[in-house]
Write a protein that binds this ligand. Structure first.
Ligand SMILES: Cc1ncc(COP(=O)(O)O)c(C=O)c1O
Length: 435
């Protein structure tokens, strides 16, 4: 049959059904504008890699290359990842209470690819994935691409709410849905910034165990705590019902694209096959350089440097929010990169974004973190990349935008009701200069 296509894309009719789930971020175009230097971006989740001393990386690369001309590092490798990096990964996970065998680790192209592989292994179109409300935008993209139905489960300041999980399971089951796994980010959640308490970890594991639901524990931020270490991983108390995902992206650098999955043995076997079919082998060069770095550099000290830096930025953001937006509410992250801000009901974070960019501040609207269109009353603010001074400037600009919107709304509603127009404190206050 001939392909009809369209003027814009002659292959329009040929794409697989699953590509219907592939949509460009609605805010991508705005982010192009937001990357201009005069805009303070509180939007992206980029780690501050400039805090990684250059010589630590170049030293590792030099040593890799001087070992036989880097012959192994430049070659294809095993679909599971090198034994050396998998041993290091076991030591890293031991810091979160995880014990197990390096044989059950599968190295992937960032933990993003591990998310893709796990979803590919388990999801038929229409299967249900339970995910926090809100959830990581990159995971939602993968779930959508595999045509999963995402059922969001409510959270509060202690993370996922066990009772809400029970209700979600009952509701999906009663309408005949098939739940394949619970996707959770227990530590310093992206985007919500909250951490799942230890008591809840145990309760949630018990709920999933008794309902026969696999847990996909995604933990890229766990070692980036600001004060107390995060509770131990869920995988530390359940090695049969949990697939654990980790990454070097936030504790070293995302450019290496090295992450991993630790899976129950039978699943690990299938993950390796899926990994081989996707990439033949994960990035050999990245694995060799990271192994050298972990062997030689003070990587724990470097993580402490990152923690101190992000703590200072978190503090700057929380104090600026308290100063400029005292009537709103937000989460208080104890690690990681993100604060989740709640707006008054009458505001719409997505509609407001172009005006914010015009005021030279960018954020991610809450709608990005839901599969079902919720999130208009929320904003994710990232404090990982901008300096503390820029964070203050960005929050001040955001306050100008929010107060301006509220003023406009009250002007219209007052005009409708024939009331005098109240003036809001702080409206129009120019943001401090960052240049
Ligand atoms: C919760 C979460 N999971 C997974 C990823 C993917 O990270 P990477 O593929 O760089 O390991 C990210 C990146 O921001 C994330 O925030």
């Amino acid at each position: 049959m001939t392909n009809k296509g369209t003027n814009l894309d002659p292959w329009y009719d040929s794409y697989a059904d699953r590509t219907a789930g592939l949509s460009a971020s609605e805010v991508r175009a705005l982010f192009a504008v937001a990357s201009r230097p005069e805009v303070v971006s509180l939007a992206g989740g980029m780690p501050f890699v400039s805090a990684l001393p250059r010589e630590l990386v170049t030293g590792s690369i030099d040593r890799v290359m001087s070992n036989g001309g880097g012959a192994m590092a430049l070659q294809y490798g095993s679909g599971q990842g090198t034994p050396a990096i998998r041993e290091h990964i076991m030591q890293i996970m031991a810091m979160e209470g995880i014990r197990g065998s390096a044989d059950d680790v599968v190295v992937t192209t960032g933990s993003q690819q591990a998310l893709d592989l796990v979803t590919r292994l388990f999801i038929n179109p229409g299967d249900v994935i339970l995910a926090e409300s809100p959830s990581y935008v990159g995971a939602l993209g993968v779930f959508k691409a595999y045509q999963a139905d995402v059922e969001h489960v409510a959270m509060d300041d202690e993370g996922l709410i066990p009772e809400a999980l029970r209700e979600a399971i009952a509701s999906v089951t009663s309408r005949g849905g098939r739940i394949k796994f619970l996707y959770t980010i227990p530590n310093f959640h992206n985007p919500a910034g909250v951490t799942l308490s230890w008591a809840r970890r145990l309760e949630i594991l018990e709920i999933c165990r008794s309902a026969g639901i696999l847990v996909l524990e995604d933990n890229p931020y766990g070692l980036l705590s600001f004060d107390e270490p995060a509770p131990h991983a869920m995988r530390s108390v359940d090695d049969e019902g949990v697939i654990y995902l980790g990454s070097f992206s936030k504790t070293l650098a995302p450019g290496f694209r090295v992450g991993w999955a630790l899976a129950p043995h039978a699943i690990r076997e299938k993950l390796i096959l899926a990994n081989e079919s996707a990439t033949l082998s994960p990035n050999s060069f990245g694995q060799f350089v990271i192994t050298e770095y972990l062997d030689q550099a003070d990587w724990r000290g470097q993580i402490d440097i990152f923690r101190g830096l992000y703590r200072e930025r978190r503090d700057a953001m929380l104090s600026a929010l308290g100063e400029y937006l005292p009537s709103l509410t937000w989460t208080r992250p104890e690690g990681g990169f993100f604060v989740w801000l709640s707006l008054p009901d009458e505001l719409d974070s997505k509609a407001m974004l172009p005006r914010a960019v015009k005021e030279l501040v960018a954020y991610t609207p809450g709608t990005a973190f839901y599969a079902d269109g919720q999130g208009r009353q929320n904003i994710r603010l990232s404090f990982c990349y901008p300096t503390p001074e820029s964070i203050r400037v960005g929050v001040a600009r955001l306050a100008t935008v929010i107060n301006g919107e509220l003023d406009l709304l009250s002007t219209f509603s007052s005009a409708r009701l024939g009331k005098p127009i109240p003036l809001r404190e702080g409206v129009g206050t120019p943001p401090p200069n960052i240049s």
